[in-house]
Design a binder for this molecule. Structure first.
Ligand SMILES: CC(C)(COP(=O)(O)OP(=O)(O)OC[C@H]1O[C@@H](n2cnc3c(N)ncnc32)[C@H](O)[C@@H]1OP(=O)(O)O)[C@@H](O)C(=O)NCCC(=O)NCCS
Length: 178
C-alpha cells in the first residue's frame, strides 16, 4: 500500500548532509553555509576571523559546484544536492527539511517549500508559490501554482499528475481484486 506522509519525514535527517570524504563538493558547500550561519549568531573577534574564513571556503565551493546558493539562504536541514551544478536559490525562498534538489533547478523569490520535496533536474519554481510536504516535481517542470501535500507535479506549467490518495485508492482496489 502506498505510504502516506508521515510527520517524521519533517524531522531533519542530518546524516544526509554530512560530507562522506574530503572531495564532496555539494556537502562541503552546505557545510560552509551551515558554519557561517552558526557563527553569525555569535560575536567576537575570533568569530569574525572564522566567518571570514567561511566566506573564503564558500566562494571556493561555489565555484567548484557552479551553484548560486546564498550564504543567508533559508535551507532546511537534511538537504541533498546530488549534482549541484547550476542550482540557483533566491535568499528569500524557504526550503523545508529533507528536500532533494537536482541540477539546474531555479527557485525564485517568494517560494515556500515544505518537507521531503524532491525537485527534478532543470525544474523552475517561480514565486510566489507554496509547495506542500512530500511532493515530487518532474524534471524540467515550471511551477507557477501552489502544489498540495503528497502530490507529483510535472510539465509547463506544472500540473498535478498524481496524489498519494489516488495511489492509496489504486492499491486498495488491487488488494480487494486479488
Ligand atoms: C516526476 C517524476 C518523479 C514522476 O515519476 P513517477 O511517479 O514514476 O511518474 P510516471 O513516470 O508514472 O509519470 C506520470 C505522468 O507524468 C508524466 N511525466 C513524468 N515526468 C514528467 C516530466 N518531467 N515532464 C512532463 N511529464 C512528465 C508521464 O509521462 C506520465 O504521464 P501520463 O500519465 O499521461 O502517461 C519523474 O518523472 C521525474 O521527472 N523525476 C525526476 C528525475 C530527475 O530529475 N533525475 C535527475 C537524475 S540526474
Amino acid at each position: 500500500m502506498a505510504k502516506q506522509f508521515d510527520q517524521d519525514e519533517c524531522i531533519p535527517d542530518y546524516e544526509r548532509e554530512k560530507p562522506t570524504r574530503y572531495w564532496d563538493p555539494s556537502r562541503r558547500l552546505l557545510k560552509t553555509i551551515r558554519d557561517y550561519n552558526s557563527l553569525t549568531k555569535r560575536k567576537g573577534i575570533y568569530q569574525y576571523f572564522l566567518k571570514s574564513f567561511c566566506v573564503l571556503r564558500y566562494r571556493f565551493w561555489s565555484i567548484v559546484t557552479s551553484a548560486d546558493i546564498p550564504l543567508n539562504a533559508q535551507l532546511g536541514e537534511g538537504l541533498l544536492l546530488p549534482h549541484p551544478n547550476g542550482i540557483v536559490i533566491h535568499p528569500n525562498a524557504i526550503i523545508g527539511p529533507n528536500c532533494l534538489i537536482f541540477q539546474q533547478v531555479t527557485i525564485t523569490n517568494g517560494v515556500k517549500i515544505g518537507c521531503h520535496v524532491d525537485i527534478g533536474a532543470g525544474a523552475k519554481i517561480i514565486g510566489p508559490v507554496t509547495i506542500g510536504n512530500n511532493v515530487q516535481i518532474g524534471a524540467n517542470s515550471v511551477v507557477i501554482h501552489n502544489i498540495p501535500d503528497n502530490s507529483t507535479a510535472v510539465g509547463i506549467p506544472a500540473r498535478i499528475v498524481k496524489t498519494k490518495n489516488d495511489m492509496k485508492k489504486y492499491c486498495d482496489k488491487n488488494e480487494t481484486d486479488q
